[in-house]
Design a protein around this ligand. Structure first.
Ligand code: DGT
Ligand code: CA
Ligand code: CA
Ligand code: ZN
Length: 593
């Protein structure tokens, strides 16, 4: 396989930790544990669910730090610590071992709590929603003391309501990706060495910006297939089981995502992974190519059209090679020229996260970030970077602590002092400067000239007409000290539409003026997106990939920005922050003559 590093730190998100703690509380209540213990878990879960920062930033490898979260005492802190360190929790495994998985589905029915569930289970052996529904319809629940016809009605209505609320919204990759990683690693742990190979496929593997559902493939020996399915539907992430057979299952996870799991034999892996990665359009074209060579291609294998011979390709690499094609990175599989390039052995060498040498957008506690410049810098150094630009917000943005010229002076003194510490690393003086509604800038040129580089962006008046907002941005980009246009469209995935900005015109002006365009990697932004990146690249516009981090954990987001760049066909040479600062500096508009 071509070397491809698409690793992201394994992580339990705040939401997933909270869900696990809620579940522990439920189990304890079902088991009749003393009330204060269940209350403690729920209180901690609630606090973690509503934290405004990544729990890892609080944790910093020391369980004691977690106790600063309200409701988290020593016992729970130690458990979260174990989870963050090892990715699993022995205590949870122990207490959940004997709980039938259907019990948790029952508990999701409105108005059905752990106490009711425990009684249904112990007194009537009811361990699934199906059984519960049958019993209620048959009027059998009222035979249990304390339950009546009213209870039966309520339960049936609840089951109905639950069935109807299947969510159809797409999930941002920033949420779906770490979630899929967790599911994959937990399934691995649960199945031990039964699993030969496991991978997310579908749109997640192609790194699309939003995901409809997760498709996970497992390769294992045939007799082990049902065991893997059984382990899968018991994972703590599972909320509802849609379908379950000997080799596949479809479930709804606690976060609303559907997961389709398919188990197959190692000999089918290469064709199955190819098939289920998609896209559908790419697959149709691949099959056409196969047919033109007298081969029929399915998720199972190739078959000769005449001879009925089955040909297995155990790796995806071999599957493409069989058709005379280069292996195609999943991000490119959208039927947009990748097959022609693969045939001519002319695919791009896509940029990788490890190619980045620095990051040009982040915030410190001088504006709305939560860490000092030094903390951000040390975290960047730990990642092996050579430079970062501190881009706190400027005064004009009505938000928290935008920088005034006076505070800028103080910030620069701090940066100058810090830069004396390191020989191999530099903190650049920068700013995320608001472009006012009329296109004027927050600082005069004599201040702008003193920065190492300047980012501009728009956060206010995003509802302006196409003419107005385009003129506003164009005017800003014509300023000789404006180096980078950050998150150009202003969209927030799922919550705010793009502005009406005429991007074609902006691209033209960026090209003329030498202004750099940004891919903002914040998972809710991913702005520019993949399609725009490719267009900008075709026009020869320089691009940077920034994290827009507000904490060291925020640097992880770059993985998703890099994915947009890859989907836009960018190579390392097309991304300016793969350069050393000395080289990058010369490419800035302000330093060109
Ligand atoms: P999504 O889930 O909407 O984000 O997008 P995908 O691409 O993950 O689509 P999904 O989950 O419906 O199917 C997973 C893959 O399975 C898809 O990328 C390609 C393959 N596939 C599904 N349906 C078809 C089909 O009708 N024809 C072909 N050739 N492939 C299909
Ligand atoms: Ca999918
Ligand atoms: Ca699917
Ligand atoms: Zn911003």
């Amino acid at each position: 396989m071509p070397v491809k590093k698409l690793e992201v730190t394994q992580r339990w998100t705040n939401q997933e930790i909270a869900a696990l703690l809620y579940r522990i509380a439920d189990i304890l209540e079902i088991q009749g544990e003393i009330v204060f213990k269940t209350v403690a878990y729920r209180r901690a879960a609630d606090a973690i669910e509503h934290l405004n920062r990544d729990i890892r930033d609080i944790w910093q490898n020391d369980p004691k730090n977690l106790r600063s979260i309200s409701g988290v005492g020593e016992a729970i802190a130690d458990k979260i610590d174990e989870l963050l360190r090892t990715g699993e929790l022995k205590y949870y495994k122990k207490i959940s071992k004997d709980i039938p998985v259907g019990i948790f589905d029952i508990m999701k029915i409105p108005d059905v709590g752990p106490k009711t569930v425990a009684r249904l289970w112990q007194e009537m052996k009811i361990t699934s929603v199906d059984k519960l529904e049958k019993a209620a319809r048959a009027g059998k629940l009222r035979t249990v003391k304390g339950f009546g016809a009213k209870t039966e009605e309520k339960i049936l209505a609840g089951i109905d309501a639950q069935r109807r609320k299947k969510s159809s919204t797409r999930v941002p990759i920033g949420t779906a990706y770490p979630f899929a990683q967790n599911v994959v690693s937990e399934l691995r742990v649960a199945c031990g060495d039964l699993i030969r190979d496991i991978a997310p496929a579908g749109s997640l593997r192609r790194m699309k910006q939003t995901i409809g559902d997760l498709d996970i493939l497992v390769s294992a020996d045939l007799p082990d297939h049902p065991k893997i399915i059984d382990a899968f539907v018991k994972l703590p992430q599972v909320q509802d089981i849609n379908a379950k057979g000997p080799t596949k299952a479809s479930i709804i996870a606690v976060n609303g995502l559907q997961i389709d799991l398919r188990v197959l034999e190692p000999k089918n892996w290469g064709t199955a992974l190819q098939y289920f990665t998609g896209s559908k359009e790419h697959n149709i074209a691949v099959r056409q190519i196969a047919l033109s060579q007298g081969l029929s291609l399915s998720e199972w294998c190739f078959t000769t059209v005449k001879g009925e011979n089955e040909i297995f390709t155990p790796t995806e690499q071999e599957t493409y090679e069989k058709l005379g094609l280069q292996w195609i990175p999943p991000e490119l599989r959208e039927a947009n020229g990748e097959l022609e390039a693969a045939r001519e052995k002319n695919l791009p060498r896509l940029v990788e996260l490890s190619n980045l040498k620095g990051d040009l957008q982040m915030h410190s506690n001088w504006s709305d970030g939560s860490f000092t410049i030094e903390q951000m810098a040390e975290a960047a150094r730990a990642r092996g970077w050579k430079y970062i630009a501190i881009t706190d917000h400027s005064q004009g943005l009505g938000i928290a602590r935008g920088l005034t010229p006076e505070r800028l002076k103080q910030q620069w003194a701090e940066i100058d002092a810090l830069n004396k510490k390191w020989k191999d690393f530099v903190v650049l003086k920068s700013i995320e400067m608001e472009i006012h509604a009329d296109g004027s800038l927050d600082f005069p040129d004599d201040i702008l000239a003193q920065f190492d580089l300047v980012l501009v962006s728009t956060h206010s008046a995003l509802k302006q007409t196409r003419e107005k907002i385009t003129a506003r941005v164009v005017k800003a980009l014509q300023n000789p000290y404006v180096d980078i246009f950050a998150h150009p469209t202003g969209r927030l995935i799922g919550t705010r539409e793009e502005s009406a900005l005429d991007l074609e015109q902006v691209f033209r002006v960026a090209k003329e003026t030498g202004t750099i365009l940004e891919i903002d990697s914040a998972p809710e932004r991913l702005d520019l997106d993949d399609v725009r990146v490719r267009r900008a690249h075709d026009l020869g516009i320089p691009i940077v990939i920034d994290s827009d981090a507000h904490s060291p954990a925020g640097f992880d987001a770059l993985f998703f920005g890099v994915a947009m760049a890859r989907r836009g066909w960018l190579e390392a040479k097309d991304v300016l922050n793969t350069l050393e600062w000395k080289e990058l500096k010369r490419r800035l508009k302000r330093n060109k003559k």
